[in-house]
Design a protein around this ligand. Structure first.
Ligand SMILES: Nc1ncnc2c1ncn2[C@@H]1O[C@H](COP(=O)(O)OP(=O)(O)OP(=O)(O)O)[C@@H](O)[C@H]1O
Length: 327
């Protein structure tokens, strides 16, 4: 059982001028953690209020109405010891890890500093021991990572170092804000799998904030659809995808690139290999009729669709289907 982070009936209203306000979130309620470690995906387009929600959950933005509670206590009213625990146990991973690093320090510094700041280590050696174990946990080789400056790492490595940095603090909850939007398509599923394993193996609850319904479906056990600062729909991924209650959710589903039966493919030409279009790992097909299929990343535990079926979907797809062409 992990600690519960809970937003209840919250509004966030920004003051734009003397008489002008902007309501970025209205009547939002959301709970993460508690009885069972969970993965909640918050899906919304630009301007829907995702960043505001993250700031609210991190205690960086006070609600204009309603409450944000962690382990039963109002976050805004936590004393200094409570604040410290909250800041350690609720970690965030942002979309552009480069902006989080100080370019003048080696990554060791980014990893050691929080360990020292929270008094979690007694010596440099102990720190390096924990750092090396944690880097391995996220699939990085310490010998290829430590001693490097941020610009000497790939985007995917930087993002994994950020996940390691969060993990070092032994968090209860991780808020991941578009964690895969800036990494190479072929790494996307690897990073999502790492996040998924933190939940499955370490019991960490995750909030995965994204504009991408497909990856939300892939990892989450609950999908929250945010639009214009409102939560329009909440449910388990299958219910949300197969039986959306709100037209906006349907529009999001429709926006997932799908095959176009009218597309005139030159069948004389060598058909493209599915892997050229779908490097994010095995896929499942939604509508199984030929030429009407929608390929989405597989969720853990699902059986992959046969390569032939994927090939058919790819052949029938219009260009936007090539969402993640190999670089
Ligand atoms: N500090 C602020 N002052 C005034 N308005 C703001 C402020 N921050 C955000 N907003 C407005 O609140 C709304 C929600 O913004 P927010 O950044 O939370 O959305 P978002 O879903 O994260 O968008 P994006 O994906 O583009 O970052 C937007 O209309 C934005 O212009």
């Amino acid at each position: 059982m992990s600690k519960l982070l809970e937003v209840t009936d919250a509004d966030v209203v920004y003051q734009l001028g003397l008489n002008k306000t902007k309501t970025a979130l209205r009547d939002v309620s959301l709970a993460v953690g508690g009885e069972r470690p969970s993965i909640t995906a918050v899906v919304g387009e630009s301007g829907s209020g995702k960043s505001t929600l993250i700031r609210l959950l991190l205690g960086l933005q006070p609600p204009s109405r309603g409450s944000v509670r962690y382990d039963g206590a109002e976050v805004a009213r936590l004393g200094s010891a409570g604040q410290r625990t909250f800041r350690r146990e609720v970690q965030a991973i942002f979309q552009d890890p480069f902006s989080v690093y100080n370019p003048f320090y080696r990554v060791d510094h980014a990893l050691m500093t929080p360990l020292r700041a929270f008094g979690l280590i007694k010596s440099r050696e102990e720190g390096y021991g924990r750092i090396e174990t944690t880097l391995q946990r996220v699939g990085l080789k310490p010998s290829e990572t430590l001693g490097k400056y941020p610009h000497q790492l790939s985007g995917g490595q930087r993002q994994r170092v950020m996940i390691a940095r969060a993990l070092l603090l032994d968090p209860q909850i991780i808020l991941a804000d578009e964690p895969v939007s800036m990494v190479d398509a072929s790494l996307r599923s690897t990073i999502l799998e790492i996040l998924f394993s933190l939940n499955r193996d370490l019991g960490i609850s995750l909030i995965y904030v994204t504009h991408d319904l497909a990856t939300a479906y892939q990892v989450a056990d609950t999908i929250v659809v945010l639009h214009g600062g409102h939560i329009l729909e909440v449910g388990d991924p299958d219910a949300v995808i197969h039986n959306p209650q709100h037209p906006y959710t349907q529009a999001l589903i429709d926006a997932v690139p799908s095959p176009d039966p009218d597309r005139d493919w030159n069948l004389e030409a060598e058909p493209p290999s599915p892997s050229a279009f779908l490097p994010t790992g095995p896929v499942g097909l939604y509508h199984t009729e030929p030429l009407r299929a929608v390929a989405l990343p597989l969720r853990p535990g699902e059986t992959p669709t046969t390569a032939a079926a994927v090939q058919m979907a790819v052949m029938a797809a219009r260009p936007p289907f090539q969402l993640h062409p190999k670089q």
